[in-house]
Design a protein around this ligand. Structure first.
Ligand code: GTP
Ligand code: MG
Length: 170
């Protein structure tokens, strides 16, 4: 059998931006309007074919709400990729990305962790953050950038593929 490379990926960002929904779309190809807020941490794994090989993604999802968060340093330990999610219809969730980056850099033990900023919920009409603003933020912090909808599945596969490509190249 081939030896599987396992990559640990972290999902972070404010509550309700759609972290768990992105993960559910990616792993099960499902979307739930009534998904529960995450309490503590959640974990899902998925195999992915990339560059003719297979990697196993170990994806950790945490609560955006402070009162539901536990064991932050354990969560971040050995993460090779981080997906920072904001909601394009919620400006505050975009502004808070600075805080999430600071937290990531505080707890991550990998200075070269690969980061992907995701502007989610692009299926909704009432946008408060433009693509240009998202791209500017990503450029300033040297992260990847993509926009997505967990509801329609737009951008979801690309998000994980591009992140994994970059991790493998690093
Ligand atoms: P916490 O677990 O509290 O940190 O929240 P979360 O970031 O995991 O958000 P969650 O996935 O629970 O989604 C919050 C709400 O937004 C739910 O009602 C979802 O159905 C909805 N939602 C998530 N992604 C999308 C999307 O792309 N489009 C639309 N229209 N709604 C979405
Ligand atoms: Mg969640």
């Amino acid at each position: 059998d081939d030896v599987l490379t396992i990559l640990k990926i972290l999902m972070i960002g404010e509550s309700n931006v759609g972290k768990s929904s992105i993960l559910l779309r990616f792993t099960e190809d499902e979307f739930h309007d009534n998904i529960q807020n995450t309490v503590g941490m959640d974990y899902k794994s998925k195999k992915m074919s990339i560059d003719g090989g297979t990697v196993k993604l170990a994806i950790w999802d945490t609560a955006g709400q402070e009162r539901f968060r536990t064991l932050t340093p354990n969560y971040y330990r050995d993460g090779q990729g981080a997906i920072l999610v904001f909601d394009v219809t919620d400006r505050t969730s975009f502004t808070k990305l600075d805080m999430w980056l600071t937290e990531l850099h505080t707890y991550s033990n990998k200075p070269d962790i690969v980061k992907m900023v995701v502007g989610n919920k692009i299926d909704l009409p009432n946008r408060q953050v433009t693509t240009e603003e998202g791209l500017q933020f990503a450029r300033r912090h040297q992260t990847l950038y993509i926009e997505s909808s967990a509801k329609t599945a737009d951008g979801i596969m690309c998000c994980f593929e591009e992140l994994v490509q970059k991790i493998i190249q690093t």
